[in-house]
Design a protein around this ligand. Structure first.
Ligand code: HEM
Length: 357
C-alpha cells in the first residue's frame, strides 16, 4: 500500500489494471494463484489483449503471440486448480472464502464440473471466462469513470461528499463500504456509472434465428446469426438534450433526463424512449442478458468510491500513449475492438496521486 500523504506520479489506468485485477481476482479465486504464478497480472492482460482475436477463431498462424498468451493463461489456471485440490484444508471445504480456491462459488463449481466428468484441465479452462468476466469489462469501465471524474472540475469533491457517509474507517486503518447503501443511495455515482456504460460500451448480443424473420421488408433466414450493436442506439440523437448532445459526456444525464417532461403530455419523454431495452442494452437482453450485471455494477461503483475516498489526485492535463510517449490529446475508445464490451482506451492519464486515508 502507498504510504500516507506521499505523492506519486503514475499512469492512472495502468495502476488500476494492476490493483483492481489483483483485488477482484483474489476475491474470486483466492491468493494462491498469485503465489504460484508470479507474473499473473501481466499474463492476464496479455491474454486479454488478444482475447477478441482468439475468441473469433483467427488461425494460430496469423496471431501466434495472442495464442501463446492464451496458453500461458491456461497453464496458470491449471497450476492453480491442481494446487487448490491438493492444498485445500478439509476443515475449510465449506468456508465462504479461503486462499486456495477462493470463493465458495468457485469450489462448488469445480465440484459440479468434476461430478459431470470434466477433467482437471477442462475445469481450468472453464475458470477463464469467469476470471475474464469479472475483470475485462469492469476494470476499463472503472478506468473511464475515474478519467471523467478528474476531467470535470468539481465532480471529484461532489462525489466524495456523496459517498463518504457509506464508508467506515476502522482502528486497524482498514476502510470498509457498506456496498448496498453505496449502490442504492448515490445518485451522482450511479448516473456517472450509467453515462460511462452508455458512452464506452460496444456490446454485440448475437442470436441464431430459430425461424425465418421479416425485418423492414427483408427476410432473415432461419439458422443464420444476427448481431445487434449496442453502440449505435447509445450514441444516436435520442440522447440529445439541449446543451448535452449524445456524443458528449454528461455526468448528470441519468439524474436530469428522467426529470424532463415531453412537450406533448401524450408523447413519451426523451428518457422513456432512450431507456427502452432496444435502445439501451449494454448488458444484452432477453433470457441470456448478462447475469453478472449487478455484480459488475457493485464492483465498479465500489472501486471508484474507494479511489475517491482514499486518494487525492492532481491532473495537470498529461496524457501518454501505450508506449509511454507524451500525447497532445486525451483518451478515445479503441473502436477497433467494437462489439467486445466496454472498450479500452488509446491513451492513459498521468496524475499525481496521494493516499489520504
Ligand atoms: C461492465 C461490465 C459488463 C458488461 C458490459 C457485460 C456485458 C455482457 C453482454 C453484452 C452479454 C451478452 C448478453 C446477451 O447476449 O444478451 C453478457 C453475458 C454474460 N455476462 Fe456480462 N458483462 C459485464 C460484466 C460481467 C460480470 C462482472 C460477470 C460475472 C460476474 C458477467 C457474466 C456474464 C455471463 C455469465 C454471461 C452469459 C449469460 C448467459 O449466456 O446466460 N458479466 N455480458
Amino acid at each position: 500500500m502507498a504510504p500516507l500523504e506521499k505523492s506519486i506520479s503514475i499512469s492512472l489506468y495502468d495502476f488500476l489494471k494492476k490493483k483492481m485485477f489483483v483485488a477482484s481476482t483474489i476475491s474470486l479465486v483466492g491468493t494462491e494463484t498469485f503465489r504460484l504464478n508470479p507474473g499473473l497480472v501481466k499474463t492476464y492482460w496479455d491474454f486479454d489483449d488478444g482475447f477478441l482475436m482468439t475468441a473469433i477463431g483467427l488461425p494460430k498462424v496469423l496471431i501466434p503471440k495472442q495464442y501463446a498468451a492464451l496458453d500461458r493463461m491456461l497453464q496458470a489456471s491449471k497450476r492453480w486448480i491442481d494446487s487448490a485440490y491438493s492444498q485445500l484444508d478439509p476443515k475449510e471445504s465449506d468456508a465462504e472464502w479461503e486462499g486456495n480456491f477462493g470463493s465458495k462459488f468457485i469450489r462448488k463449481m469445480t465440484e459440479v464440473l468434476a461430478e459431470s466428468g470434466v477433467s482437471r484441465e477442462g475445469q481450468a479452462v472453464a475458470m477463464l471466462p469467469l476470471i475474464w468476466a469479472i475483470n475485462s469489462n469492469a476494470i476499463p469501465c472503472a478506468g473511464w469513470m475515474i478519467f471523467e471524474i478528474l476531467k470535470h472540475p468539481g465532480l471529484f469533491q461532489r462525489l466524495r461528499e456523496e459517498v463518504s457517509p457509506f464508508m467506515t474507517s476502522e482502528s486497524t486503518g482498514k476502510t470498509r463500504f457498506y456496498i448496498p447503501n453505496l449502490v442504492f443511495n448515490s445518485p451522482l455515482l450511479t448516473s456517472l456509472y450509467l453515462e460511462t456504460i452508455r458512452t464506452c460500451t460496444s456490446s454485440s448480443p448475437t442470436r441464431r434465428l430459430m425461424q425465418d424473420l421479416e425485418v423492414d421488408g427483408y427476410i432473415l433466414k432461419k439458422d443464420n446469426h444476427i448481431m445487434a450493436s449496442s453502440w449505435i442506439p447509445a450514441h444516436s440523437t435520442i440522447w440529445d438534450v439541449p446543451g448535452h448532445p449524445a456524443n458528449s459526456f454528461w455526468p448528470e444525464r441519468f439524474i436530469e433526463m428522467p426529470k424532463m417532461k415531453p412537450k406533448d403530455p401524450e408523447e413519451k419523454s426523451a428518457d422513456e424512449i432512450a431507456m427502452r431495452p432496444e435502445n439501451f442494452f449494454p448488458y444484452g437482453g432477453g433470457n441470456v442478458v448478462c447475469s453478472g450485471r449487478f455484480f459488475a455494477k457493485q464492483e465498479i461503483m465500489t472501486a471508484v468510491a474507494l479511489l475517491v475516498m482514499k486518494f487525492d489526485f492532481d491532473f495537470e492535463g498529461g496524457w501518454v500513449t501505450k508506449d509511454g510517449k507524451t500525447s497532445e490529446r486525451g483518451a478515445k475508445c479503441n473502436e477497433s475492438l467494437a462489439g467486445s464490451g466496454v472498450l479500452t482506451r488509446d491513451r492513459d492519464m498521468v496524475v499525481k496521486m496521494k493516499r489520504v486515508r
